[in-house]
Design a protein around this ligand. Structure first.
Ligand SMILES: [Zn+2]
Ligand SMILES: [Zn+2]
Length: 62
C-alpha cells in the first residue's frame, strides 16, 4: 500500500459492518475483480466515485 491511511482502509475489517457501504469508517473500496478503486459516498446507497490516485498521498493506484 502507498501509505498508512490506505493500508488502514484496505485491511480494515469492521466488527459491526460486513458491508463497507454501511460502515461510516470505510471511505475506500477496492474491487480486485475489476481493478477499480472507489471513494464511498455514504448517502445510504451504493454510490462510488472511481479514483485513480490515493486521496491521502497522491500515489497512483494500481
Ligand atoms: Zn496513499
Ligand atoms: Zn463499521
Amino acid at each position: 500500500m502507498c501509505c498508512a491511511d490506505m493500508r488502514y482502509q484496505v485491511t480494515r475489517r469492521c466488527a459491526q459492518h460486513d458491508d463497507p457501504f454501511e460502515c461510516p469508517d470505510r471511505v475506500i473500496v477496492h474491487s480486485v475483480e475489476f481493478g477499480v478503486w472507489g471513494l464511498v459516498i455514504h448517502d445510504g446507497g451504493r454510490a462510488v466515485v472511481e479514483i485513480s490516485f490515493c486521496p491521502w498521498c497522491g500515489a497512483k493506484l494500481g
